[in-house]
Design a protein. Structure first.
Length: 347
C-alpha cells in the first residue's frame, strides 16, 4: 500500500498564519480558519512547527497571545535561510523530507527550500483552505498514539533534559525504569500496526506497508504471529513502537517484517524484539530465517541482522535477500530494562 502522508507541517508566520508583518508593527490578525486547521492537524497526529524570519521572542509571544504556541514544536524563528530551519526540524524529528509540508506565502522562500531540499512538499497559502479534506494530510487511521504524538514529543524533551545531567548513557537508561512489552497483536492493535508500517521507513527491514485487511488475515492464520511492542518509562508511555510478522510453520520460522519506531532508538531498545525472537527460536530448536529488502533508508536494519548472527542465504524473488540465523549467536537483553513477553511456542 502506497500512501504518502504528511507527518509535519512547517508554517511561515507573516501573511501565512497571520495577516500582517510582525517586524513592521502591523496590526496582526489570524488567517480565517487557521487555528482550527492547526488543531485539526494536531488531533490527526501531524506535528505543527514554524520556520519564520523574525525576532524569536516577539514571534513566540505573538503565537502565545493567539493561543497557538502550545501546538508548535521546535519553532525555528531566526534570520537564516528557511531550508536550514527545515533541516534542523527534520533531524530532530527523525523523519523523511518527503513527510514534511512547508507552507509560505512567498514564492522566493518556497523556491529556496525546494532548491536545497527537493523532497520537501512546498505549498502556497491557498492550500490552507483545503487541508482538512486533502488526502496528503489525512492519516488512514487516527490512533491513540497519533492523537498523543505532540505530547509524546514534549515528554521526550523532558527526558533529553534529564539525560544531559548524566555522563554516561547506561546510567541514564538504568534509572528510567524502562518496561518493554512484547505481545501477540489483537484486532484493536491493527490500526496502530498499519500506521507503523506506513510511517516507519528507516527501521523497517522490508519497507513494506501492510493494510488493516492484510493484518486481519494474518491474525486469523495459525501459521503466523503478529507481534507488537510497547515501551514505557517513569515519564509515561512511548506507545506501541515495534512490530514483527513471524511465520512459524514447522521447524522453520521466518521473519517477514521487523520494524521499530525511530523515536526509541536512543533508548537502546532497537534490537530487543529481534533478540527475543532469536532466543525463542533457539529455545524451541527452530531454524530462523529473515527477509531483508533494501530501500534507500533501511540499511541500519541489515546491520542489525548481521550483528545478531544472521548471514545471507540467497536472493528473494522481490529483489531482497533471505537471511538465516547461525543458531549460536543469542543477543542479550539489556540489563537496564524489564522485558515481559508472550511465549511463541503456542498461540
Amino acid at each position: 500500500m502506497e500512501k504518502k502522508c504528511i507527518k509535519c507541517v512547517v508554517w511561515d508566520l507573516d501573511e501565512t498564519v497571520w495577516h500582517g508583518i510582525l517586524s513592521e508593527n502591523d496590526q496582526l490578525r489570524l488567517r480565517e480558519g487557521i487555528a482550527d486547521t492547526i488543531r485539526l492537524l494536531d488531533e490527526r497526529g501531524i506535528i505543527n512547527t514554524v520556520a519564520s524570519k523574525n525576532n524569536a521572542e516577539d514571534a513566540l509571544r505573538q503565537l502565545e497571545s493567539f493561543g497557538l504556541l502550545e501546538y508548535f514544536l521546535l519553532p525555528q524563528v531566526n534570520w537564516g535561510v528557511k531550508s536550514a530551519s527545515i533541516r534542523a526540524i527534520k533531524e530532530t524529528l527523525n523523519i523523511g523530507y518527503d513527510a514534511i509540508a512547508f507552507i509560505d506565502d512567498q514564492p522566493f522562500e518556497r523556491d529556496e527550500v525546494k532548491s536545497v531540499l527537493d523532497e520537501v512538499n512546498c505549498f502556497d497559502v491557498d492550500v490552507i483552505g483545503g487541508i482538512s479534506a486533502d488526502d496528503r494530510f489525512i492519516p488512514r487511521f487516527i490512533t491513540e498514539e497519533s492523537a498523543k504524538r505532540r505530547m509524546m514529543y514534549v515528554t521526550d524533551e523532558l527526558r533529553k533534559q534529564e539525560e544531559e545531567q548524566f555522563t554516561d548513557n547506561h546510567s541514564f537508561l538504568s534509572q528510567l525504569d524502562l518496561q518493554f512489552n512484547i505481545a501477540l497483536a489483537e484486532e484493536k492493535d491493527l490500526q496502530r500496526v498499519e500506521e507503523l508500517t506506513v510511517r516507519t521507513n528507516q527501521l523497517n527491514a522490508t519497507g513494506y506497508s501492510y493494510t488493516y485487511e492484510e493484518l486481519q488475515q494474518l491474525l486469523e492464520n495459525d501459521g503466523y504471529r503478529v507481534l507488537v511492542c510497547e515501551l514505557t518509562d517513569k515519564y509515561g508511555t512511548y506507545g506501541k513502537i515495534g512490530v514483527s510478522m513471524l511465520q512459524t510453520a514447522g521447524d522453520a520460522w521466518n521473519i517477514h517484517l521487523l520494524l521499530m519506531s525511530c523515536r526509541v532508538m536512543s533508548r537502546g531498545v532497537g534490537s530487543v524484539l529481534l533478540a527475543y525472537i532469536i532466543q525463542q527460536a533457539v529455545k524451541y530448536g527452530k531454524t530462523l530465517y529473515a527477509d531483508f529488502l533494501p530501500t534507500s533508508r533501511n540499511r541500519q536494519m541489515y546491520i542489525t541482522y548481521k550483528f545478531a548472527g544472521f548471514k545471507e542465504l540467497g536472493k528473494l524473488e522481490n529483489g531482497g535477500v533471505q537471511l538465516v540465523h547461525d543458531g549460536v549467536t543469542v543477543p542479550v537483553i539489556p540489563d537496564y530494562l524489564q522485558l515481559t513477553a508472550t511465549d511463541l511456542s503456542a498461540r
